[in-house]
Design a protein around this ligand. Structure first.
Ligand code: UDP
Ligand code: MG
Length: 312
């Protein structure tokens, strides 16, 4: 088994050296082949310079320097693209995760495709970080049907093929387990140690909760309806159209058979609105269907994933 460690770093000049030291201690003791990919996410401090110094002394280190600050998800994605190991381990570069937990993850990855850390005793502020995270985890579990306690924990291990199949967008890295579950992966969870941030500043606050929420909607939609958008928009469109039709029919009967004026009735507006919304939604579903075909066929992307083929 060869292992790639991927670590995104954004202005972590005070953490890099200690991080590298601790990582080396753990990894060297494991006695397996490894590489460490440090992704400098456009830091404006000395992070990159320190990384270059470290790299010069050790050929097992790869430093990827992004042109500007693209965000943690993009930094992970860059690391994944360059990783060569059979197993890829991700973690934060601010010493909040403990490299000593890596062996636990590697042990479990032998029988799984994805192992997620669980910061059971998380050392972050309660109201701005832990509480939103508890709610988010509960919601992500409910919506995606993937049961994990801690999606946001960066310390995770993946088998190579899990991440090589993946395209990451937005703040999507926490949804890798949910997206990967579509491929049919075996997942495990393990409790990991968590430390408060001692040096440097956290890059996130409460505003991230909203981004996570919006990403969740995207993930859910892609997970359930990405190959059949009309199935999603269609029923709502049909319902709206049918209601609109009934309302209009009722009004027409009133007008034609009973000669009542209907021009000023609010119901007329509602009926027309429901019909238009219905047509729009079905149109949107059909457009979606076309997009799905363009998407899959232009990329020659099949709508299934094969684990292996047995036979000649
Ligand atoms: N990070 C990054 N790019 C960013 C923001 C953060 O590469 O735009 C890195 C950061 O250096 C750290 C990890 O992602 O290694 C987690 O960030 P942070 O500690 O700020 O998040 P928190 O632990 O507060 O959720
Ligand atoms: Mg942190």
């Amino acid at each position: 088994m060869t292992v790639s460690i991927v670590i995104p770093l954004y202005n972590e000049e005070d953490n890099v050296d200690i991080l590298h030291q601790r990582l080396r201690e753990t990894l060297d003791r494991l006695g397996l082949e490894y590489e460490i990919l440090y992704v400098d996410d456009g830091s404006s401090d000395r992070t990159l310079a320190i990384l270059e110094e470290i790299q010069a002394k050790d050929k097992r280190i790869v430093v990827l320097s992004l042109r500007r600050n693209f965000g943690q998800t993009a930094a992970f994605a860059a690391g994944f693209d360059f990783a060569r190991g059979d197993v890829v381990v991700t973690m934060d570069g601010d010493l909040q995760n403990d490299p000593k937990d890596i062996p636990k993850l590697l042990e479990l990855i032998k029988d799984n495709d994805l192992v997620s850390g669980w910061r059971r005793k998380r050392k972050d502020a309660f109201f701005t970080r832990r509480l939103p995270s508890i709610l988010a985890n509960w919601m992500i579990s409910r919506v995606t049907g993937v049961k994990l306690h801690d999606y946001g924990c960066s310390l995770k291990a993946y088998r190579r093929d899990v991440i090589k199949n993946l395209k990451l967008y937005g703040e999507m890295h926490r949804f890798i387990p949910a997206v990967a579950s579509w491929y049919g992966v075996r997942m495990a969870e393990v409790e990991t140690t968590h430390y408060p941030r001692v040096r440097g500043k956290s890059k996130y606050g409460l505003s991230r909760t909203i981004k996570v929420l919006l990403d969740l909607i995207t993930v859910k939609f892609l997970q359930s309806f990405s190959t059949k958008p009309l199935q999603f928009f269609g029923p709502i469109g049909l319902l709206s159209g049918a209601l609109g039709f009934l309302v209009s029919l009722y009004l027409s009967i009133e007008k034609i058979f009973f000669g009542k004026p209907i021009g000023g009735r609010p119901l007329l507006l509602l009926g027309a609105l429901l019909i238009i919304v219905g047509i729009q939604l079905i149109g949107m579903g059909l457009l979606g269907e076309m997009l799905v075909r363009v998407y899959h066929e232009s990329q020659r992307k099949p709508i299934y994933v094969i684990k292996k083929v047995i036979g000649p």
